[in-house]
Design a protein around this ligand. Sequence first.
Ligand SMILES: C[S@@+](CC[C@H](N)C(=O)[O-])C[C@H]1O[C@@H](n2cnc3c(N)ncnc32)[C@H](O)[C@@H]1O
Length: 324
Amino acid sequence: MSRRDRTWGYWTEQKLGMLAEYLPAFTTASQRARTTLYLDLFAGDVANTSRVTGQEIDGSPRVALNATPPLSVVRLFELPGQAERLEAQLRAEYPGRDLRVYAGDCNQTIDQALADLTQYNWAPTFALVDQYAAEIRWDTLAKLAAFKRLGKPKAELWLLFAASMLPRGLGGDDLDAIAAFADRITEMYGTRDWREAYEARVRGLLSGRGLRDELANLMRWRIENDLGYRVTHAFEMKNTRGMPLYSMIFATDHDAGNKIMRHIYGRAAERQPQMRAEAVARIQADREAREGTLVLFDPLVPQVKPMDLYVHVPPNEPYRLPKG
Ligand SMILES: C[S@@+](CC[C@H](N)C(=O)[O-])C[C@H]1O[C@@H](n2cnc3c(N)ncnc32)[C@H](O)[C@@H]1O
C-alpha cells in the first residue's frame, strides 16, 4: 500500500466529522425505541493518518462506537484478514459492546447479517456504505431497504457515491477491464440506464460536470423511486483544488433524519471552504519546510462563495439521450 492509500485527505476528516455529528443526533432522536442498529458495510480500520495534519483520525468503526447516547447493536463488514484484526481490536477497546465484524464481501455476507438481526427489524437503523467506487451492488441496497418490518421507516442509508471515478474507470486501452468496470457500474445501479448520460458525454452532449450530476441524480432517483425512500440529500466533497471528488448521498424516510442531515450538510457546506483553505495552507507549509523556500502567493487558496452553501434539490427524471 502506498503512503497515499493509508493517509486521508481533509475531505475524509470532513466525512467522518459529519458521521460523528449525525450518529449522536440519530441515537438521541431514537431514544424512545431504546434499541438502535448501526451497519458499516466497508468498515475499514480503527484509525488512519490525516494527510493534512499527520495525526491519527478515528475510522468509522470508532466514530460509531464513541457516539453518545450509544448505538446498541454495531455490525461491521470487512474483507477477510482485516475483518478479524478489526474485530479483535474493537473487542479489546470496547468490552461489553454488542459488536461483530462479518468477514467477506459485504454483498454476500449481508444476507446472514440481516438474518441474524431479524429480532431488531423494528429498530431505528443507520447503514454507512463507504465504498471506493462501485463495490456495492444494488441488490444489497435493496436488502437494506427491505430489512425493516412493514410500516417502519426504512434503514437510513449514507452512501459514498464517486461520480468522477466512474468515467475514469471507463477510460484507457484495456477493453476487458473497461467492460468489467461497466458491469460493476450496472450492478451498482441495478440498471443500465446510466449509459444514456455516459453516451451523451462521449458524444459531447453533456459536459464532465453534467455527466457527474446526471450520475448522482440517477442514483438518488432510483433510491427514491425504486427503493421508495421519502427523501435523499447529496453533499459534494471537494479536493484542495475545489474539484468534486464524491458525494455523500443520504436516504431516509424519517422527518428527524431529514432535518438533522439537512442541517449537518448546511454546516458542512459553510465550513468546507475554510477546511479546504486550512488543508491548502498546511500542504504549502509542508512544501516550504521540505524545499526550504517561501511561497509568497498561492493561487489555490479557495474563496468562500455563497453558492457553496447547501440547498436541497430533489432528483429529476433521469437523463435520456435525444431520440434519433
Ligand atoms: C474507504 S475504506 C472505508 C473507510 C471507513 N469506512 C472509514 O471511514 O473509516 C473501504 C474499506 O472497504 C473494504 N472493502 C472493499 N471491498 C469490500 C467488500 N466488497 N466488502 C466489505 N468490505 C470491503 C476495504 O478493505 C476498505 O477497508
